[in-house]
Design a protein around this ligand. Structure first.
Ligand code: UD1
Length: 365
């Protein structure tokens, strides 16, 4: 029987791994998955809630790495992962996305001469100052299987001479969104908890280092959001909350923004599904807006998910308040966008990415 060791550790990885891990469970007898949680994210609402809501299996190992500088965090992961990988002796190591947990998992496996599989390969922002860009480029170049979500990702890899082991599979985040569709349809809109009615508010999230670590960027972004003509619900990542305190940002002057704790997957999906607009610097939310047929403004200068912009469902604003307001107004008033369900199939593989990934691994490992 084949053994795949999966490394996850940060919030988006729990969401991406859920449907793939389910496929592994369906293939038990042929292929066994060992799940390792690095502990990069550790707060209940950044980690445990996703396991509960998405039925993700309990990790076999929890490395308890926690928050540190990038080098220390990645280095601690490497040392602890090496022990687990040596003890388990897997046939391949599977990693997701672009976090420090991704890089540590791939590098540790490569150093032990084990093949690496990368889900969400090929994405590029072409901005080397982003820690995620470094993590994903290095991981792709160490990987034996590159599971690519989009055609743009395929073109990016080709430019770097990466052709072997490349599979266009679609986006596992669409698989996850479809997994919970039925539960969501039975749920009462949670926006009422925040005192707003469906379609009368925007959802915003901000957590990228380029936005949180630069006081003037963060201040500008919040000023832009606070001036929107509709209420803004903002589940706040711990990094952002710390940054707001450190930079001395006065939340009282931002009374149009309702800050709350980070939300679980079901809650954020529901909030998006009943919103008028999504504003975010997260890669995941840009697509989740499209999955629910909601327009998006991306609070960055570039995106890895270029097809969302080409279709008109997404617009890039950067952090300038006037640009945020203009983009939001255009997105709220635009008509004639292509139907989103067809785009999800066309761009993101129609909910079959995890099935394709596990079939390829079973056939090729
Ligand atoms: C990480 C990923 C980013 C991903 C994001 C999703 C890297 C380089 N970045 O960024 O790509 O989009 O996760 O959330 O891997 N913290 C807590 N509790 C937690 C986790 C973090 O309080 O459970 C705080 C700590 O103060 C920590 C800070 O958030 O120092 C940053 O956490 P870290 O995991 O280093 O990076 P993220 O910003 O979450």
């Amino acid at each position: 029987m084949k053994k795949i060791l999966t490394v996850i550790g940060a919030r988006p990885q729990f969401i991406k791994a859920a449907p793939v891990s389910k496929q592994f469970l369906n293939s038990e007898g042929v292929c066994r998955e060992i799940l390792v949680h690095t502990g990069q994210h550790y707060d209940w609402e950044m980690s445990e809630v996703f396991f509960q809501q998405l039925g993700l299996r309990k990790p076999h190992y929890h490395l308890g790495v926690g928050s540190q500088t990038h080098a220390r965090q990645t280095g601690t992961m490497l040392a602890r992962l090496e022990e687990v990988i040596l003890a388990e002796g897997p046939d391949a190591v599977l990693v997701y996305g672009d976090t420090n947990s991704t890089l540590a998992g791939a590098l540790c496996a490569a150093k032990l001469n084990l093949p690496v599989a990368h889900v969400e390969a090929g994405l590029r922002s072409y901005k080397k100052s982003m820690p995620e860009e470094i993590n994903r480029v290095l991981t792709d170049h160490m990987s034996n299987w590159l599971f690519v979500p989009t055609k743009q990702g395929m073109a990016n890899l080709q430019k770097e001479g990466l052709e072997e082991g490349v599979h266009l599979v679609g986006d596992v985040m669409l698989d996850t969104a479809l997994l919970v569709q039925e539960v969501l349809s039975r749920q009462k809109p949670i926006c009422e908890r925040f005192g707003v009615s469906p379609e009368s508010y925007a959802v915003a999230t901000v957590h990228r280092a380029e936005n949180t670590d630069n006081p003037s960027n963060l201040q500008d972004l919040l000023i832009g959001l606070a001036q929107l003509p509709i209420a803004v619900l903002m589940p706040t990542h711990p990094r952002t909350r710390h940054a707001m305190t450190t930079h001395g940002i006065d939340v009282k002057s931002l009374d149009n923004i309702r800050f709350c704790e980070p939300l679980g997957y079901l809650e954020i999906s529901d909030l998006i599904a009943h919103s008028k607009l999504v504003l975010t610097d997260s890669g995941g939310l840009q697509k989740e807006a499209l999955f629910h047929g909601k327009p998006c403004v991306t609070l960055r200068e570039e995106t890895e998910w270029t097809e969302t912009v080409e279709s008109g469902w997404n617009m890039l604003s950067g952090s300038d308040p006037a640009a945020i307001l203009d983009s939001a107004s255009m997105q709220m008033h635009a008509n004639h966008r292509p139907p989103f369900r067809e785009l999800c199939d066309q761009y993101y593989g129609g909910g079959k990415a995890s099935e394709r990934i596990v079939s390829a691994l079973i056939a090729e490992v």
